[in-house]
Ligand binder design. Structure first.
Ligand code: ADP
Ligand code: MG
Length: 244
């Protein structure tokens, strides 16, 4: 059957986030320290390659956590709102993600329905679809497919990202967007939190549809540009003209 969740707000306090990141970084740090101690205890004997590989992997994990955490914790007053042609924005994002799709032999297809204009921060919105496409490509099987589509519906721009992966179990849906919630071995659980907070700041919402066993669809709705005067009012920024 079809399960659906609409998530509007799941922003943890800075304190909770800080505690979470400290906890997440402690494990890889402990392991790096442990392996360096092992290496030092070896004296002049050569360093096993395995040890170095573990150290490198753990450092890369810390880097990834910090990179994604930084996006989440960035002060909210930075967005630069402008009129954006979403067809162009999504085209750029798809180009960016193509190599990741290729390396997994996943067919990444963009279906631009029409020109759709929203008022938003181009780099923040790109980050939303980068994160959603990354999850979709990770979920898709070898040789699978990921589709991204754009259309206007009423007062909304609607972007859907669909994969043919395993889908999302119903009991997991309520946890999506909770910082650090991940079911992946090497996940950070920050990607969707970043998406939810950005989309919320743009006056939009994210919907998740999944038929377990048949893949997942993430739908981002953003107010069409004619409709977004109130956003620039609340951010205190003037809406700039011209399409990005
Ligand atoms: P991460 O990708 O680091 O795990 P995210 O916040 O991006 O963190 O995603 C959180 C969790 O949501 C994932 O671990 C996964 O369980 C689930 N998820 C997200 N997107 C999908 C998808 N397209 N298909 C199946 N599960 C997904
Ligand atoms: Mg992710």
């Amino acid at each position: 059957e079809l399960v659906e969740a609409v998530r509007l707000e799941r922003l943890a306090s800075v304190g909770q986030l800080a505690a979470g990141i400290a906890h997440e970084i402690r494990n890889p740090l402990t392991s790096v320290k442990g392996f360096i101690q092992l290496i030092m205890a070896r004296g002049d004997r050569p360093v096993p390659r395995d040890y170095l590989e573990i150290i490198l992997t753990e450092i890369e994990r810390i880097e990834k956590l910090i990179r994604e955490f930084h996006l989440l914790a960035r002060p909210p007053q930075t967005p630069q709102f402008a009129l954006l042609n979403l067809r162009v924005v999504l085209h750029d994002v798809v180009l960016l993600m193509e190599s990741q799709a290729l390396s997994k032999n996943v067919a990444l297809e963009f279906m631009p329905g029409e020109d759709v204009t929203v008022c938003g921060d181009v780099s923040q919105l790109k980050q939303v679809w980068i994160n959603l496409l990354r999850n979709a490509i990770e979920a898709a099987p070898q040789g699978g497919s990921v589709d991204i589509a754009l259309r206007a519906d009423g007062n909304w721009a609607v972007v859907t990202v669909t994969d043919n992966g395993p889908g999302i179990p119903e009991d997991i849906l309520p946890h999506l967007g909770t910082p650090f919630f991940t079911t992946k071995q090497d996940g950070t659980g920050l990607g969707l939190s970043v998406c939810y907070s950005i989309v919320q700041n743009h006056g939009g919402n994210i919907r998740v549809n999944s038929r377990p066993g048949e893949g997942a669809t993430f739908t981002v709705q953003l107010p069409l540009a004619d409709n977004t005067a109130h956003i620039s009012a609340t951010t205190g920024r003037k809406t700039k003209g011209g399409l990005a």
